[in-house]
Design a binder for this molecule. Structure first.
Ligand SMILES: [Zn+2]
Length: 197
């Protein structure tokens, strides 16, 4: 029946269109840019991302210059990439460890560093222990993980290819974020009743 065939065809076209539309609205994989070095999560097992990257529009502007990873007090913190420890000690009331990788450097806080400045580290090497004091997630424990090239803040989730997108229901009190930032994701989240930033 020509009419039935035409209907079936249009349904198939509609299904394909919906599939494409739905797929295009899903958070995409890997924001990793070409040339990003492959790194490892600084916490093991791979942690929950409790706050994503929100770089400031201006050097001193508001924002979130890294990502926050849920962890536990005293949990080992690992260097995301091979490099050399260039800072390990208290800074503004919290322990900070900085590892230089040549073109970039990664930062970890609040962390009680376990290696001296100048120590060479392999990718995944333990550089210290996670602390509560100075937590961005107070009273919860979390690691603030940063990545910089010069004075430019980068999204450290690029080092692990793709941050896990973990969307939690909007509770009215907690603000929950997907792993990476994207202005396009805000309407995507809102359409699902989620809160994102
Ligand atoms: Zn933070």
């Amino acid at each position: 029946m020509p009419t039935a065939d035409a209907d079936a065809m249009s349904h198939r076209r509609l299904a394909v269109l919906l599939l494409l539309l739905t797929t295009s609205l899903l958070p995409g994989p890997a924001r990793a840019a070409a040339g990003d070095p492959p790194g490892v999560w600084p916490l093991s097992p791979p942690p929950r991302v409790v706050r994503g990257f929100d770089p400031p529009a201006a050097p001193w502007g508001p924002g979130h210059r890294g990502v926050d990873l849920a962890g536990a007090a005293a949990q080992p913190v690992r260097s995301a990439l091979a490099g050399r420890v260039t800072f390990s000690g208290p800074l503004f009331g919290r322990g900070v460890v900085v590892v230089d990788h040549g073109a970039t450097r990664t930062t970890y806080e609040p962390v009680a560093g376990s290696l001296p400045v100048g120590a060479a580290v392999d990718r995944g090497a333990v550089i210290g222990a996670l602390q509560l004091a100075g937590s961005h997630c107070w009273p919860a424990v979390c690691l603030h993980w940063g990545w910089r090239r010069g004075d430019t803040y980068l999204d450290p989730l690029r080092l692990v290819g793709w941050g896990p997108v973990r969307l939690l229901p909007w509770t009215g009190t907690a603000i929950v974020t997907p792993a990476a930032t994207s202005a396009a994701r805000t309407p995507w989240c809102q359409a699902r009743g989620w809160a994102c930033w």
